[in-house]
Design a protein around this ligand. Structure first.
Ligand code: ADP
Ligand code: ZN
Length: 231
């Protein structure tokens, strides 16, 4: 690496790849806690824009509800803004971005500007059939963001969060069974090609994401440790 400093000081950049329901958000939250990184979810940023009624949010709302991808211009602009914030300077876990080859090139250009590199792009490998069940049963605490599931993880008292006690469970508008199929299709058509894109750059890592959350988390943590070790 000509010109690079002997000690790597620039903030880490990790990418989580995988279809909707693969557990990107769950795993990103665990990595945040363990490594002091910041999860950047373009889905969360877009939902916040929709809730705030910004121009970007107005343009994104119907597209998201149909399970299609929001336009690259909107998503790239939102991500670029967020990457400028002070709290992300220790490093980021990109969750749900990039989702198209145009977004991947835009990210490369952004990182070139800031002198950063991608430490790892981690592909969470899962079966499509299982994803529909996982997604259509899930809901989240509006108070603290803890995730729950009708079948796999119910709170001790129905409707009340085990973690923070709030009684404010939320389901995403696009988690309906009808929309999940379209989201999976968009994933295979537009996002799955990024797996070979990052393989070609030598930063791809694949993890079997069908098993136990804690085993998957341990595998991811090891990858992050190896990929961010100064050398
Ligand atoms: P999931 O990964 O479970 O589908 P997200 O919260 O990441 O959920 O995304 C929800 C929706 O937000 C997507 O279906 C899409 O409409 C939109 N979205 C999120 N990230 C992007 C992106 N990088 N490019 C285009 N659309 C996006
Ligand atoms: Zn809660």
């Amino acid at each position: 690496m000509d010109g690079a400093p002997a000690i790597e000081t620039s903030p880490a950049v990790l990418i989580l790849l995988g279809p909707p329901g693969a557990g990107k958000g769950t795993q990103a939250r665990l990595l945040e806690e363990e490594f002091g990184l910041v999860q950047l979810s373009t889905g969360d940023l877009l939902r916040a824009a929709v809730a705030a009624g910004t121009d970007a949010g107005k343009a994104a709302k119907a597209v998201m509800e149909a399970g299609d991808l929001v336009s690259d211009d909107i998503v790239i602009a939102i991500l670029r803004d967020r990457l400028g914030d002070a709290d992300v300077q220790r490093g980021v876990i990109l969750d749900g971005f990039p989702r198209t080859t145009v977004q991947a090139s835009a990210l490369d250009a952004l990182l070139l500007e800031t002198g950063q590199k991608i430490n790892a792009a981690i592909s969470l490998e899962v079966d499509d059939g299982e994803m529909v069940t996982r997604i259509s049963g899930r809901y989240t605490c509006g108070g603290c963001g803890e995730g729950y599931h009708d079948t796999f993880k119910q709170p001790e008292t129905a409707g009340t969060c085990d973690k923070c006690g709030a009684a404010d469970m939320k389901r995403r508008a696009d988690d309906k069974a009808e929309t999940v199929g379209q989201r999976l299709q968009a994933y295979h058509a537009q996002t799955a090609p990024l797996i070979s894109y990052y393989d070609g750059k030598g930063v791809l890592q694949s993890v079997d994401a069908m098993g136990n959350i804690h085993n998957i988390a341990a595998a991811l943590a090891q990858i992050v440790r190896d990929a961010t070790r100064p050398n």
